[in-house]
Design a protein around this ligand. Sequence first.
Ligand SMILES: Nc1ncnc2c1ncn2[C@@H]1O[C@H](COP(=O)(O)OP(=O)(O)O)[C@@H](O)[C@H]1O
Ligand SMILES: [Mg+2]
Length: 280
Amino acid sequence: MSEKKCSDSSCTKESCSSCSKAKVDFSVAPHPLSHVKKVIGVVSGKGGVGKSMVTSLSAVAMQKAGYKTGILDADITGPSIPKAFGIEGRAFGNEEGIVPVKSKGGIDVMSINLLLQNPTDPVIWRGPVIANMVKQFWSDVVWADVDYLFVDMPPGTGDVPLTVFQSLPLDGILIVTSPQELVSMVVAKAVKMAEQMNIPILGLIENFAYFHCPDNGKDYEIFGKSHIETVALEHRLPVLAKLPIDPALANACDEGRIEEASFDLSLYAGVIGALKQLLG
Ligand SMILES: Nc1ncnc2c1ncn2[C@@H]1O[C@H](COP(=O)(O)OP(=O)(O)O)[C@@H](O)[C@H]1O
Ligand SMILES: [Mg+2]
C-alpha cells in the first residue's frame, strides 16, 4: 500500500509521517559549559517595530524578578542590543569559548557588535554566513548560567530567521507588532512558521500602541486603531502587553541606559507571567 505523500514542501512536522522520515535535524549543540534553562525568540514581521526594545525589556524585567538573563543578538545586520545597554567593551575568547559581555545590571550579552573592530562597520555578508554566525553564538559562546536567554531574531520569516528557528532550541516565541503593520498577515506568517517548527508562541506584544498624555491623562492611539485583539482571538493567542509610545524609553535606549529607565512593570505583567510559567 502506498503512503499518502505530504504536499507541503516546507513541512517539518513530527506528526507528519510522510515528512518526518526525510526530516533533517538542523539543531546545533550548545557549548558544553553552557547552562541555559529557557530560550525565548523575539520575532517581528519587519524592522523598527520594537523587537530589540521588547528583547531588552524582557531581559531587564526577568532580571529584576530575580532570574539570570542573557541576550543573544541574532540580528546580525542590525544589532542594537549593546547600544541600548551602553556596552562598549569587546567580547573575548579563552581556550574554552567566547565569553559574553555582562551589562551593568549583570545581563549576559553577545552581539556581532561586540566582536567588530569598529561597531559602526557594516556587516556585508550573505545569508548563510550570517546564519552561521548566529549558530556560533549558541555553540561557541559560554552561556554559563542563564535562566532565560532572549534571542533578538532577525526580522521577518526569511532565510536567516528560518535557520535560527531550526538551529536554536527555542522554548517559546514572543511576537512583536505595531498598529501600523498588516498585523493579521504578520501574525499568520509567524504562527505558521512556529507551528511547522513545533515551537509554542507565548503571545503577542503590541508596541507603539498609544501615547499617554501626561497633561490630561488621556491615551491617544497615534498610529491608528489597534486590531491586535481580533487577530489574537483568531489565532487563540494571548495579548501579553500593549506598550505605549514612551519617549523616555527611547531616550534611555539611545543613551545606553535601558536598565535604569523608569518603566512601569505593571504594563509588562502579562509577559513576565507567561515567562515564569515556562519554568513552572
Ligand atoms: N515603546 C516605545 N516607545 C518609544 N520608543 C520606542 C518604543 N519601542 C521602540 N522604540 C524606539 O523605536 C526604535 C525602533 O525600535 P527597535 O526596538 O530598535 O525596533 P526593531 O528591533 O524591531 O528594529 C528605536 O529607536 C527604539 O528605541
Ligand atoms: Mg532591532
